[in-house]
Design a protein around this ligand. Structure first.
Ligand SMILES: [Zn+2]
Length: 157
């Protein structure tokens, strides 16, 4: 568990990682205009990515539309990358809002993108605390980074 334990427990782990200039170590896959993609430190499955706004907010209802658009665009690119590299059978895509919902970082919105394979596990553990340790995080990072490192304005597709 080499990536665990660096963050200030009183601060926001997402904002802390954004403020640092070491995206590979922090497993940040992509920085967009208003949002970014980062690997979940506690993946429910191989390829578990979170997409979050730069804006530190828990208020989904009040998220500015340009932020929503960038967040969703990065989510679409992430699914495309996962499909190309991992060929999952499906996905769970969603947000947990509030600690009662199971949100691990309740003060900073983030969209979970979890690839699913037939027979990988039941649905419920995805929303709970089950940890299946699938693939080493640095390996997942190396596999997905090529798809997501190109800036939006440099994309050819
Ligand atoms: Zn934050």
């Amino acid at each position: 568990m080499q990536y665990v334990g660096a963050a200030d427990p009183t601060g926001c782990v997402l904002c802390d990682k954004l403020a640092e200039d070491r995206d590979a170590a922090n497993l940040i896959l992509h920085r967009g205009a208003r949002a970014f993609a980062i690997l979940n430190l506690y993946p429910y499955n191989s390829g578990h990515v979170m997409v979050a706004p730069y804006l530190h907010t828990a208020d989904m209802a009040a998220l500015p539309s340009d932020v929503s658009a960038d967040l969703w665009g990065i989510a679409q690119r992430t699914v495309a990358a996962l499909t190309a590299e991992y060929r999952p059978h499906g996905y769970n895509v969603g947000m947990n809002l509030g600690r009662v919902s199971g949100a691990g970082i309740p003060d900073h919105l983030h969209l979970h993108i979890v690839p699913r394979w037939n027979g990988d596990t039941n649905f419920m553990p995805i929303l709970g605390n089950t940890k299946v340790l699938p693939e080493a995080l640095d390996q997942t990072y190396e596999r997905l980074r090529p798809y997501l490192q190109v800036a939006d304005h440099d994309r050819q597709t």
